[in-house]
Design a protein around this ligand. Structure first.
Ligand code: F6P
Length: 478
């Protein structure tokens, strides 16, 4: 249900063949085997990366460093399904014995962007259970989400792989106080659940074991939406929908694992990126879903690709001398045509574009949908062919600006699951070719440490040594 059109890329057939030769020389086949074999592909943290196991059939042979993991995966999956069914049927109830009608999902980064996207794409027009998300430590975020929910009818789901993330813990404490105000201190726990790999920390936070859903250190945060991190979506969408989403991803896993490099969608998409980034020096890529429900895809891909591949050191500790992750940005088509597309057509930098479109109309019917699709195809054509003749120079278009089109037959749980898995595997292939570890994220640590020191100062602690610029800003805030 998904096709990939790379015919508007800048490569000649010889260029494509050279890119395929590069993939072979970089050992993409062997790397795939190590990934699926549960070997340590995340060397700096000493972990495999086995998000594929989370969507695999129960009898799939996934192992983490030689240890079978499917029984544990299946046990959590069964608990998620039972919890989703229980909340939806009214067997699991709020503190006053009434049904849950809302969920507040608290998490950030990989514990937020994936579930948020899943909900936008698959949510019914009038859901039985509404789902709101809070990520930012700016209290305005929580206040706005809570204003749209009834605390007596709301289940709060706290999602954090580490359960140490400042933003998430601050929001979780504030949400618990919000619940307690409405239902009483002693009953607030009945309306909370947690998802984490750190079960000691969820217990210390006071969430009952039967409301805690675990996952494993071999699941990276930005690859975790298939795990219990998707719990809120499973409850709000129903288990059948969530399972179909997993199935779609599993189908893409099989394609990625088995298809030869030259027919492998994830490999070809990665090679188009490498060709643009390293062959042509294009440092950015614009992603434009022509589907309102996919409008958050660029934000999701920003984390997936820039946190995975925004690296400048090899696993062997050497400096990388070639470009790695491009800047990924974008927004929904056709809206962005009326915003930044002027620069895409006539700006001084060439920015490759990726268009994601859906063949079958959704709500609104075929007339509006044809208009939407005509815009998608017209942009790709205009970027490529340009316009050579015009009465004034300002109306000329150079053309020769590359784009790809990913076309889904329809936007259903299965094809959407396949789309996300396609991007995950594409990101992995790029990491192999660039010789970087796509599964760590040390680059986010320094700012976190510095924020703790500054927080102490802003709250009255002793002044610390800073550069003059930062010191002046702290002084101004104080
Ligand atoms: O700070 C970045 C990050 O580490 C992401 O990789 C991760 O998805 C996010 O924080 C949230 O982490 P956690 O799920 O542990 O709260």
């Amino acid at each position: 249900g998904l096709s990939l059109d790379l015919s508007k890329q800048s490569w000649s057939l010889a260029g494509l063949e050279a890119a395929l030769a590069l993939a072979k020389a970089a050992g993409v086949d062997a790397a795939k085997a190590r990934l699926f074999g549960g070997e340590v592909v995340n060397a700096s943290e000493g972990r495999p990366a086995l998000h594929m196991a989370l969507r695999a059939a129960t009898d799939a042979p996934f192992q983490a460093q030689g240890k079978s993991i499917m029984a544990e995966v299946q046990a959590v999956r069964a608990r998620m399904a039972a919890f989703a069914d229980g909340v939806r049927s009214g067997a699991i109830v709020a503190a006053d014995g009434g049904p849950f009608t809302g969920i507040l999902h608290i998490g950030i980064g990989g514990s937020d962007l994936g579930p948020r996207l899943v909900w936008d794409v698959l949510r019914p027009l009038k859901p039985q259970i509404d789902l709101k998300f809070v990520a930012n430590v700016d209290g305005e975020d929580l206040a706005l989400a809570c204003a749209a929910l009834d605390p007596a009818r709301t289940l709060v789901v706290v999602v954090s792989k580490t359960f140490t993330t400042q933003e998430t813990l601050a929001n979780a404490l504030a949400a618990r106080a919000w619940l307690a105000d409405a239902v009483g201190q002693d009953k607030a726990g009945a309306q909370m659940a947690a998802v984490s790999t750190a079960l000691d920390k969820t217990a210390a936070f006071g969430i009952a074991d039967d409301r805690v859903f675990g996952f494993w250190d071999w699941v990276g945060g930005r690859y975790s939406l298939w795990s219990a991190v998707g719990l809120s979506c499973a409850v709000a969408l129903g288990w059948d929908v969530f399972q179909a989403f997993l199935d779609g991803a599993a189908a893409m896993d099989a394609h990625f694992r088995d298809a030869p490099l030259e027919n492998n969608a994830a490999v070809l998409l990665a090679l188009a990126q490498v060709y643009n980034r390293n062959g042509l020096g294009r440092a950015a890529r614009s992603v434009v879903p022509y589907a309102h429900r996919l409008r958050r895809l660029p934000s999701f891909l920003q984390q997936l690709e820039m946190e995975s591949n925004g690296k400048s050191v090899t696993p062997q500790g050497e400096a990388v001398t070639h470009g790695t992750a491009p800047v990924v940005f974008g927004g929904e088509g056709s809206n962005v045509q009326h915003a930044y597309f002027q620069a895409m057509h006539q700006g001084t930098d060439i920015v490759p574009t990726e268009i994601v479109a859906v063949a079958k109309p959704g709500a609104g019917g075929s007339d509006m949908h044809s208009k939407l699709l005509s815009n998608a195809l017209a942009q790709a054509e205009a970027l490529m062919v340009g316009r050579a003749e015009a009465p004034i120079k300002a109306r000329l278009f150079a053309g020769n600006r590359p784009s790809s089109v990913i076309l889904l037959d329809q936007l259903d749980p299965k094809s959407f699951g396949a789309l996300i898995a396609l991007y995950e595997h594409k990101t992995f292939v790029e990491g192999v070719i660039w010789n970087i570890n796509s599964f760590d994220q040390w680059g986010v640590e320094l700012g976190k440490e510095m924020a703790n020191a500054i927080l102490d100062e802003l709250q009255g602690g002793a002044a610390k040594v800073h550069d003059p610029s930062t010191a002046a800003l702290i002084e101004r805030l104080k």
